[in-house]
Design a protein around this ligand. Structure first.
Ligand code: PMP
Length: 394
């Protein structure tokens, strides 16, 4: 056998295959997960690039440190301390090649083959892929409208001492769009503090809130093994690949630093310096408001269209931010079958299947609204609604 077991067991991106079919010009696609290009502050970045070259010269083009550009780590620490009353220092931060890299590195550092990872059900496909490389055992814990099913979380932890970490996306979750409630966060904290496990709060969408109040992290500032992952992908640019990991656990951060060194030495320093220069010279809050105003309008259009065109038996989440809506069809209806019919009608979405570690032919699906105008959203949902009315209920 030529290839390793671990690569053969890692799911290849189902979404990528879907996107291939969905990207035909005449297809209305709710399948992707791309930020709207309005979120790229191209003029500001262009200025920052020119100035950075003038100011920093060769430093921009040289090798750099694994932990990342200190002023950028300071900026990130200040942002979290101001917004969440935390006491993060630059030493608690590692800049990563997108937060995606942090997912991969953390699992490399913590998990031996066969050991356990708690994931949300459904969960972020990219994390499931990244974790698969360490050949873990997945323990899915059900996600409800309020957040994680806390009883199931507690039972899973009690019964499986091999569990190394818990992976959560508490704000505007991918794929469901839900946000863990304050009560749910508190209840998770009460459970997790009793166990020697790492709690990851992956938060690339947290800034994209247009409704309701910002909620505190579950573990940051009070759980020893708390990790926050953040990213500039959804608020500045994903192309620069700038993400970060924050933890007060020095030992964990050191090990992840070593793993990163082995993987890519350091994150692209050109991107780090340019993004930092952009951040200090521009008003990020105003920029983010521009993004959330658009996403709110798009989400509202999608929800209004679903109210109008979908059979009343179909339920869906109503996000307060982020990029996704999660639809639950009638019991027994396959989202994959619906996908095939929808493609005939030239409208695409992602069937729920790849977001589960142990389920197939599910009756759930993900819709993304960030790249279509309200008119196109209405037309796409109308087409889906027509198909949904034609599917015989079981
Ligand atoms: N976590 C979640 C929940 C995501 O949705 C994404 C992007 N799709 C990532 C992490 C990775 O983001 P990046 O590597 O661009 O920071």
């Amino acid at each position: 056998m030529l290839y390793s077991d671990k690569i053969l067991r890692t799911p290849s991106s189902f979404i990528r295959n879907i996107l291939k079919v969905a990207s035909a010009e005449d297809v209305i696609s709710f399948a992707g997960g791309l930020p709207n290009p309005i979120s790229f502050p191209i003029d500001g970045l262009q200025k920052a690039i020119n100035e950075a070259i003038e100011v920093h010269g060769p430093k921009l083009f040289q090798y750099s440190t694994t932990e990342g550009y200190l002023p950028l780590r300071q900026y990130i620490a200040d942002k979290y301390n101001t917004n969440f009353g935390l006491a993060i220092e630059p030493e608690d931060i590692l800049i990563t090649t997108g937060s995606q890299q942090a997912l991969e590195l953390i699992s490399q550092v913590l998990v031996n083959k066969g050991e356990g990872i708690i994931v949300e059900e459904p969960g972020y496909l990219g994390a499931l892929q990244a974790f698969s490389l360490t050949e873990p055992t997945f323990y899915p814990v059900q996600l409800t409208e309020e957040g994680l099913n806390v009883e199931q979380l507690a039972q899973t932890l009690y019964e499986n001492p091999c569990i190394k970490f818990i992976y959560t996306v508490p704000n505007f979750h991918n794929p469901t769009g839900i946000t863990y409630t304050r009560e749910n966060r508190e209840a998770i904290y009460e459970v997790v503090k009793k166990f020697d496990v790492v709690l990851i709060e992956d938060d690339p969408y947290g800034d994209l809130r247009w409704n309701g109040e910002k909620l505190p992290y579950i573990g940051a500032g009070r759980l020893e093994n708390s990790v926050i992952l953040g990213s500039f992908s959804k608020i500045v640019t994903p192309g620069f690949r700038i993400g970060y990991m924050i933890t007060k656990n020095k030992e964990l951060l050191n090990h992840v630093n070593t793993a990163k060194q082995a993987t890519d030495l350091h994150t692209n320093i050109f991107s780090q310096i340019v993004i930092h220069d952009y951040l200090v010279k521009n008003d990020l809050t105003t920029h983010i408001t521009k993004i959330t105003d658009l996403y709110q309008q798009q989400a509202r259009s999608m929800i209004q269209a679903m109210e109008k065109y979908f059979p009343p038996t179909i339920t869906y989440t109503k996000p307060d931010g982020g990029m996704f809506i999660w639809v639950t069809l009638e019991e027994g209806v396959s989202a994959l079958e619906l996908f095939n019919k929808a493609m005939e009608a030239k409208v695409a979405f992602v069937p729920g299947d790849p977001f589960y570690t142990n389920k197939s032919n599910v009756n759930t699906l993900r819709l993304n609204y960030t790249n279509s105008s309200p008119e196109v959203i209405e037309e796409g949902i109308k087409r889906l609604g027509k198909i949904l009315y034609e599917i015989p209920s079981k």
